[in-house]
Design a protein. Structure first.
Length: 148
């Protein structure tokens, strides 16, 4: 599935995958391992998740995975946007497209596991903080939730 949207003079498209595509692997390596210094980026959830990859003018620049926690709740994670695209609101675009897809499937709630430094971004998208925090690669993360 692909959707084309014009934003100023750039063309933003996305594709949904049922398995981890090479484009998503490379973005996650670039953001989490190269930029942030994580040692492990891939896990067993990658085998059961769906993926969105966003392209700007044909170049893969952002990705996220999403998978069901139960019949009415999905988790979105491993949200990564290449550094040079972060000021173009690509992350907001990507998450909004995932919200629309999940809403059409009847999903009622979305949970996100996010680094604490990105908390304000998720709050601006309507997510609410939970009290549940965890460490991943020695970085404090928090779960946030949102009704679709």
């Amino acid at each position: 599935m692909s959707l084309r949207k014009w934003k100023g003079k750039i063309m933003i498209t996305y594709k949904i995958y049922d398995k981890l595509p090479e484009e998503a692997k490379q973005i996650r390596i670039d953001v989490f391992m190269t930029e942030q210094g994580f040692k492990e980026e891939f896990d067993a959830i990658d085998e059961k998740a769906h993926y969105i990859v966003v392209f700007v003018d044909g170049t893969a620049c952002a990705t996220a995975r999403f998978y069901p926690l139960d019949a009415t709740c999905y988790q979105i994670g491993r949200i990564a946007v290449l550094k040079e695209y972060r000021q173009q609101k690509i992350g907001s675009f990507m998450l909004n497209e995932v919200f629309k897809l999940l809403q059409a499937e009847g999903v009622k709630n979305i949970r996100v596991g996010a680094q604490m430094r990105t908390l304000n971004f998720y709050l601006s998208l309507g997510f609410k903080e939970t009290e549940e925090t965890y460490y991943d690669e020695n970085v404090l993360h928090i779960y946030l939730e949102k009704s679709v």
